[in-house]
Design a protein around this ligand. Structure first.
Ligand code: DC
Length: 463
């Protein structure tokens, strides 16, 4: 039996992301929030700075993306808790807290953080820092790319004028005198550089709670974020402890349950099916489950691992055979034209979600061969944002080439991640642009599961 969580436990395990432009007060706010809610604080800007420091320190050619990338892959970064502020940053055993704020590092960090290998290494490290929860991460791409499944996503904003004023004050405190115009120009230049990244440009994560800090004090900013976090924790607590008919979302009609358990049984004994992360995040609500797609058996196999009745989207051509069409209709397949954004299908899927049903979809829209994942079609984002149902990312591996199973038993693995949910519905009104963006967030979460599988698939355990 699962014991019920305490309200505080949820708050203690939250993942909070704070993104925003230079000078919006991210670091001070994140530090304040972490202190007040007793969470760890990870300054991801400091991580890119530490890599830059190491590159300069070791005389690595800063224009050589591969070499710089190798430095990022090898570096060991730790944040030591220290009573005084700012937080101590250790890079490969050296205290670099002050060194990473030097003007030499500041001038070069944008270039270093633009290299794909550097981003890959840092993103991986950031996801590891966040894995056990109870953490505030601040940066540029945290809510959108690094941790789309964070429960609380904040975007801090402030006018350029105000940010320049703050920077000027900071410099004055350090005894550096500079003109307002020069500081404003430097802020604008950094904005351009930071939003121009091809890989992870600075942007407002879909569903983030935007806090305009122009007229707020630091205490005010901290209070706003803490309020949002507390409200989210309370909502999650309610979802986990619903008293009224808690199993409403998990009902299955007998024929569905029979079919599902049969497939689950066969997949286990024939193909060594292993499920990781099952029921880890069971809430009393309905979901859009989103999985990568490699094989025709993905819908029944992935579907069988989810202990509730689901609907699926299926190619119209599959219904041509009357008998087969009837069979898949029994298992809630909705006929879909795959070439277009099918309004009729979207309407049916939305009606189903509104009635409390759950849906399994394959955002890539078609099978994608090889190890690479495809891009999401706009449908998944639109459905999720329009219905408000959180999206559970799923990574499936090993369903390809089941025909060879007679020679060598493949091992199918289904990895389930944490639901991607919206912090503030005001920034999640579906449009074409943010539906696509949400789809990217979903694929990014599936990619994370893929990485987990590649990196420590053998250690993941599961049943
Ligand atoms: O917030 P900061 O000034 O310490 O950030 C230093 C640099 O790192 C900044 O130029 C942008 C980059 N950065 C990034 O690309 N992605 C992040 N998540 C955090 C920082």
């Amino acid at each position: 039996m699962k014991t019920r969580p305490e309200k505080n436990e949820i708050l203690e395990r939250l993942v909070i992301t704070i993104d925003g432009p230079a000078g919006s007060g991210k670091t001070t706010t994140a530090r304040g929030v972490a202190r007040r809610l007793n969470l760890r604080h990870i300054d991801t800007g400091a991580m890119y700075r530490a890599v830059t420091w190491k590159v300069l320190e070791t005389g690595t050619d800063i224009r050589d993306g591969d070499r710089v990338g190798r430095v990022a892959l090898d570096i060991c970064i730790a944040f030591a808790d220290h009573d005084g502020s700012p937080k101590t940053v250790i890079a490969d055993g050296t205290d670099v807290t002050d060194a990473i704020r030097s003007s030499e590092v500041t001038e070069n960090v944008s270039l270093v953080s633009s290299y794909p290998l550097v981003r890959k290494a840092m993103v991986r490290m950031q996801r590891r820092f966040a894995r056990s929860g109870g953490v505030v991460l601040e940066g540029r791409d945290i809510g959108s790319v690094v941790l789309p499944d964070a429960e609380v996503k904040i975007y801090l904003d402030a006018s350029t004028e105000e940010r320049a004023r703050r920077r000027l004050k900071e410099l004055e405190a350090k005894g550096v005198t500079k003109g307002m115009d020069e500081v404003r120009e430097s802020i604008e230049r950094r904005d351009r550089l930071d939003s121009g990244h091809e890989l992870s440009p600075l942007k407002i994560p879909v569903g983030a709670h935007i806090v305009d800090t122009t007229d707020l004090t630091i205490d005010g900013q901290v209070a706003r974020v803490c309020e949002t976090a507390t409200r989210t924790a309370a909502r999650l607590f309610e979802l986990m402890t619903a008293e009224k008919d808690p199993n409403r979302f998990k009902r299955e009609k007998p024929i569905y349950r029979l079919g599902r358990l049969t497939i689950l049984f066969l997949a286990r004994i024939l193909f060594g099916l292993r499920i990781v992360g099952r029921e880890g995040y069971e809430f009393y609500e309905n979901y859009v489950y989103a999985s990568n797609h490699r094989s025709n058996v993905d819908p029944p196999v992935v579907g069988s691992t989810i202990g509730r009745e689901l609907a699926f989207l299926a190619k119209e051509s599959l219904f041509r055979n009357k008998l087969f069409g009837k069979l898949i209709a029994t298992y809630n397949a909705i006929p879909t034209r795959r070439d277009a954004f099918d309004r009729r299908v979207i309407r049916r899927a939305l009606a189903l979600l509104d009635a409390g049903g759950s849906l399994l979809i394959f955002p890539e829209g078609q099978r994608v061969a090889g190890e690479r994942l495809g891009d999401a079609k706009a449908g998944v984002g639109y459905l999720a944002l329009k219905s408000g149902a959180p999206v559970v990312p799923i990574y499936v591996s090993g369903t390809q080439n089941l025909g060879r199973a007679l020679i060598r038993r493949p091992r199918i693995t289904v990895l389930r991640g944490r639901p991607i949910r919206v912090t503030d519905s005001a920034t999640a009104e579906p449009t074409g642009a943010n539906s696509r963006e949400f789809g990217r967030m979903v694929m990014s979460a599936i990619e994370t599961l893929h990485e987990d599988f590649e990196n420590d698939g053998k250690l993941l355990g599961g049943s």
